[in-house]
Ligand binder design. Sequence first.
Ligand SMILES: N[C@@H](CCC[C@H](N)C(=O)O)C(=O)O
Length: 199
Amino acid sequence: MVYFNADGNESSMCGNGGRCVVSFAQFLGLVNETATFEAIDGLHEARLFDNHIVSLQMKNVNSLQMFDGHVFMDTGSPHHVELTDNVDHVDVPTQGRYLRNELYGAAGANINFVQSQTASVFKVRTYERGVEDETLSCGTGVTAVALAMHKTGQTQSQEVTLETPGGSLKVSFEPTPQGYENIWLTGPAVQVFKGTIVL
Ligand SMILES: N[C@@H](CCC[C@H](N)C(=O)O)C(=O)O
């Protein structure tokens, strides 16, 4: 998989894009219940279930940087995770753009704002680098949120539900001395449009 951001530039890993790629490969009859593909961050395994549910194994995360008020890590793409009291009240485009530029400079990062709902459910809104705006759902972003919530003690669970404006995703993982491994991002990948281009 080679991933391009909405600004036309090639970028790093896209978790939801990866799930869509294997779902599309199944639609084309190229894969059945499992698939493996290569992305910029290495090989990814995927499992396809009924009802268009796709699980994607994400790269191991061996370094989480803890700051006062936020956590930074690379889940295939760079992510800033910040806990808030009321995520619905965050001006994600304005605050996300500010942090993306002021803290991360030219390289940039994706900015995730998160609010705890229960001991294992979190609500997430993401400002994405390369889109330069809030998006409906970010797979590498919710993966970072799940790991950050576990690392900071906001959850004890090793399977976390992340509610985004675009829908609900699950992330499961196993802690290691350095970080996390066996990380799986799971959720629906549903075909919403089909067209024909006549050349
Ligand atoms: N815009 C991101 C990469 C895209 C992440 C994607 N939305 C996902 O689902 O993981 C970047 O340039 O870092």
